[in-house]
Write a protein that binds this ligand. Structure first.
Ligand code: GLU
Length: 280
């Protein structure tokens, strides 16, 4: 089977060195095996999303010397996510929830990979989904009872036992956006024929949920490759707001993109930057 990888940036801000590294990892893993590399713009993040940034993303990737074999944007696939959501609803696995972030933070009893674990307030309640905007949550215990134990394989970390329960009942259909990241990414990876999902270690735990969604929706199961993240001297993920220059800034300043890509491949990082877990 030909390998297919993807780089899936969210146009919430400009790309920086960490994105360049992620794109190179995905690109090279496909190219060195004669496979396909796709670009997916994850532009359904409500008001945070600035789809016009996609043009700069393309220019950044070209500047780095990367080529891709196809491009999609999540905003073009809303019907896909809605259909998957309906299917989960029909299976009796989603329930509506009106809880606010503050209510959840106040009632939560434990922390999960994504922050306070939703304490299940609306599960089993009669919540009118039409009364104001509702989010739809996955009844994870019920879903896991249906699928039984699941595993997934990371190319670097090996076989993992799926632990979607660590997250509690995650949001699948959002109030202010058409679908959650978990649903949209899972449905798209299957629809796009992605066989090797490469992304940063910060999304390692998210794969537990994605594996569960694949089992529920009858989707093919890819392999994963979670790479280390570029971090600053404090071990924090790079971010423009912390002074990490964007790729567009570097490009416009006349820096040589191919030379930068070669340096990143050789792990020859700019001063103060290194590879670390960097989930903060
Ligand atoms: N859109 C996500 C991000 O920019 C990446 C999602 C993924 O690779 O699965 O962090």
């Amino acid at each position: 089977m030909t390998v297919c990888t993807r780089f899936a940036p969210s146009p919430n801000g400009p790309l920086h060195l960490g994105h360049a590294y992620a794109a190179i990892v995905a690109h090279d893993l496909a190219r060195e095996r004669g496979g396909r590399f796709l670009l997916r713009i994850e532009d359904i993040d409500g008001v945070r999303s600035r789809p016009e940034l996609a043009a700069a993303f393309r220019a950044d990737l070209q500047w780095l010397g990367l080529s891709w074999d196809g491009e999609t944007a999540q905003s073009g696939h809303l019907a896909r996510y809605a259909a998957a959501g309906e299917r989960l609803k029909a299976m009796g696995l989603l329930y509506p929830c009106h809880c606010t972030r503050a209510e959840i933070a106040a009632a939560a009893r434990e922390m999960g990979p994504d922050g306070p674990v939703y304490p299940g307030t609306c599960r089993g309640r009669h919540v009118d989904p039409a009364a104001g905007d509702a989010a739809w949550r996955l009844d994870v215990a019920r879903a896991m009872a249906l699928t039984g134990p699941l595993q997934w394989t990371d190319a670097l970390a090996g076989v993992q036992q799926a632990r979607p329960d660590l997250f509690g009942d995650v949001v699948i259909l959002r109030k202010e956006a058409p679908a959650s990241y978990h649903l949209a990414a899972t449905v798209d990876d299957a629809a796009d024929g992605v066989t090797l999902v490469t992304r940063g270690m910060d999304l390692f735990a998210a794969t537990h949920i994605h594996r569960l969604l694949q089992a529920l929706l009858g989707l093919p199961v890819p392999q994963w490759h979670h790479h280390l993240l570029l971090v600053d001297e404090q071990g924090r993920k790079l971010a423009k707001r912390r002074g990490s220059p964007s790729l567009a800034d570097r490009r416009e300043a006349g820096e040589d993109g191919a030379a930068l890509a070669a340096a990143l491949r050789a792990c020859d990082f700019p001063a103060g930057i290194s590879l670390g877990e960097g989930v903060g």
